[in-house]
Design a protein around this ligand. Structure first.
Ligand SMILES: [Zn+2]
Length: 127
């Protein structure tokens, strides 16, 4: 039996299609994302892809006011660590939410951010 491995590339291809994917350790059940080689919990290498619902809450956030040149036109914007319902956390950019309304515990929902060159990154908008 060949084991499906979730590569970073597959992760972002699925993200572009609107789906967040994590991997679950077949040995201890630990969830991880984005994909990595070995389970940080038990060091096993038996990942299984898990589709996530994309709903979560803001665990922490930072408002970026001085950005790298590529994002200079976008400031100010917020980057948040979002704790997903499934129990994993992921860093994403907050979109379509007023910065002054952002708060820890606020519900958000995943949405893909697709650049002109089709580079996809993780974003979160209103739940
Ligand atoms: Zn494990």
């Amino acid at each position: 039996m060949t084991e499906p491995t979730l590569t970073a590339r597959a992760f972002f291809e699925k993200a572009r299609a609107g789906q967040l994917t994590a991997i679950r350790c077949g040995s201890c059940g630990e969830l991880s994302m984005p994909p990595r080689e070995l389970c940080p919990n038990c060091h096993a290498h038996s990942w299984q892809p898990v589709v996530l619902g994309g709903e979560g809450t803001i665990a922490s956030f930072t408002v970026i006011r001085v950005a790298p040149r590529a994002h200079a036109a976008d400031v100010p914007y917020a980057i948040a660590v979002v704790r997903l319902k499934e129990g994993v956390s992921i860093l994403g950019r907050i979109v379509d939410m007023p910065l002054e309304k952002l708060a820890v515990g606020l519900p958000v929902r995943f949405r893909p951010l697709i650049a002109k060159d089709l580079t996809t990154s993780v974003g979160f908008g209103p739940a």
